[in-house]
Design a protein around this ligand. Structure first.
Ligand code: ZN
Length: 97
């Protein structure tokens, strides 16, 4: 999925696209501290420490300064994809574990 986004929108800006992907992957390190690491029916939102409201507000604020904007886009994109995943698999937007 991120590769499709890159191919369509960032063909001319692969350096930026790479940063976006790195940003998205950065917050998935918190999936690794979860036990078990991957569970198909689980909603990441609200479960993993970097997928809760406080960090999400920080990601949104990162869109404002030009310096951190590209990272903010990557992080917000990641959150949006995880939210969609929760909605599709569990029918919820945010888990209250
Ligand atoms: Zn995630």
């Amino acid at each position: 999925m991120p590769l499709i986004v890159v191919a369509v929108f960032y063909r001319k800006f692969w350096g930026i696209a790479y940063l976006l992907l790195m940003a998205g992957m950065m917050i998935d390190v918190d999936h690794l501290v979860a036990n078990p690491i991957y569970s198909p029916g689980r909603c990441s939102m609200g479960f993993h420490p970097l997928h809760t409201w406080l960090p999400i507000i920080v990601y949104a604020l990162m869109l404002i300064p030009q310096k951190t904007r590209i990272l903010g886009v990557g992080l917000c994109l990641h959150i949006i994809l995880d939210v969609i995943d929760c909605q599709v698999t569990n029918g919820i937007w945010y888990s209250n574990v």
